[in-house]
Design a protein. Sequence first.
Length: 94
Amino acid sequence: MFIILGICIWMQVYWLWNLKNEIMEISREKLDYLWDIWNYLDFSISVSSQMFLTQFMYNMFTLSAYYELSSVRTKGGVSLFFLWIKMFYWLRIF
């Protein structure tokens, strides 16, 4: 249980760091930020990851099934799919 809690906390810290970077990029690029399709992918990864983490942590630590397990898994799968697309985009550099 404590290992899962540590991983969840680490993921939340990483999410906040990623959100800070996105906000800095938005402030630097202004409206040009909206013209790049990869920025939408980055934003959707942030939102879907946070939705998954919030629901997973709530179900895990309150020991209730407030959110259905299939819904939590679906959000995790969507977030992972977006991360795979981003990884392949990043790998095209090599």
